[in-house]
Design a protein around this ligand. Structure first.
Ligand code: DAH
Length: 365
């Protein structure tokens, strides 16, 4: 290229650049002016398409850049990008302003104040008895016990017979059974609402192989009048461990640990002898009364202690009947009454509150 023609060319480009810069400035002021007048989001969208869209005016200018030499391209390109950013920011402001205006207009035309925060929905939660069962299951779960469940409607066999409570045994009377089918002769299989979750223990001994460590939460039923401390349906958790060399020390250690974790480090625990047909020896565990701390009060019947569970070393005959050799394996078992525990913890003096479904009561836990 000759010197003369190159000079002409650069002058030409100078004009082109000058024109383009001018054009861009005009585009910008035109666009901003139009934006001022926009009153709704539909118009705003049309505006965006017109100036910033893929086929919009600004894009067209940017496309034209390709034909310019590099120096010119830089100058025009920089301005075009600056304008693009500026327009994009402005549209965002405008959008917010339109939304606010829309909201304000809606608030003026209806009776509903849509800017008021909503009312929170009340959040439900688990029943205090269920919470207690979960807590106890967590404690024994961390000691390696597995949760097992059995049927509420139970055969006489698992509720009584398998647990060394044959027909005519006095322990049957103390349990006030609700019979679904009362056996009419010796070959008949009786069926009842289980009176304790120890029925699940009988099933586990029959169906699982040692080593066994299970806990068995559930509802139990005893026929009788309802009062502040008696409900015809309540809850228990039975526990069972079967293995070689299990001793009374394991039972006491396990129950101490449970009491410590559930009631706290400083609560005293007492073991005493007791009788249950399915264990030998049998014991009961009581905790120091939380109200009088052992001094004696109305809650603990002036004894200073509250019984919370029965336990013992599983009777060899019970193991044998379920197919576990008592010469090889030993076992401990326990049964905890659940309903009393939240009553003690929260000072609730009427068991019926748990089953009355009054949300004013239940909401508190
Ligand atoms: N089933 C007994 C009851 O309802 C409680 C009980 C005592 C369960 C001793 C056991 C146990 O597993 O070993 O009164």
């Amino acid at each position: 290229m000759s010197a003369a023609s190159s000079a002409t060319e650069s002058r030409t480009f100078f004009y082109v650049r000058y024109n383009m810069l001018n054009q861009l400035e005009q585009l910008k002021s035109g666009a901003l002016q139009e934006l001022e007048a926009i009153k709704d989001s539909k118009e705003l969208e049309a505006w965006r398409v017109r100036y910033l869209g893929r086929k919009g005016e600004l894009t067209a200018v940017l496309r034209g850049l390709a034909s310019l030499p590099i120096e010119e391209r830089k100058a025009v390109g920089a301005l075009a990008n600056q304008i693009k950013t500026h327009l994009e920011e402005t549209i965002e402001f405008k959008n917010q302003a339109l939304e606010a205006a829309q909201l304000a207009a809606a608030a003026r035309t209806t009776d509903i104040d849509i800017s008021l925060p909503g009312r929170p929905y009340p959040v439900g939660h688990l029943h205090p008895i269920t919470q207690t069962i979960h807590e106890i299951c967590d404690i024994f779960g961390s000691m390696g016990f597995q949760i097992v469940e059995g049927p509420d409607v139970e055969w006489d066999y698992y509720n009584f017979e398998a647990l060394n409570i044959p027909k005519e045994h006095p322990a049957r009377d103390s349990m006030s059974s609700s019979w679904v089918h009362y056996p009419v002769n010796n070959n008949d299989r009786g069926m009842l609402l289980r009176t304790h979750t120890t029925s699940v223990t009988a099933r586990v001994i029959e169906s699982m192989k040692p080593p066994i460590r299970v806990i068995e939460p559930g509802r139990v039923y005893r026929y009788g009048a309802t009062d502040a401390t008696h409900s015809p349906m309540f809850h228990q958790i039975d526990g069972l461990a079967v293995d070689r060399h299990i001793t009374m020390a394991d039972l006491k250690g396990t129950l101490y640990e449970f009491a410590r974790r559930f009631f706290g480090e400083d609560r005293k625990v007492r073991f005493r002898c007791d009788f249950f047909p399915f264990v030998e020896p049998g014991i009961e565990m009581a905790i120091e009364c939380g109200v009088c701390r052992g001094g004696g009060c109305r809650l603990c019947g002036n004894s200073g202690w509250i019984e919370i569970l029965g336990a013992g070393m599983t009777h060899p005959q019970v193991l044998q009947r379920g197919g576990i050799d008592p010469e090889v394996y030993t076992s401990f078992a326990f049964g905890i009454g659940i309903d009393r525990l939240p009553m003690l913890r929260y000072g609730i003096d009427d068991i019926r509150l748990f089953y009355g479904s009054d949300v004013r009561f239940l909401r508190q836990f």
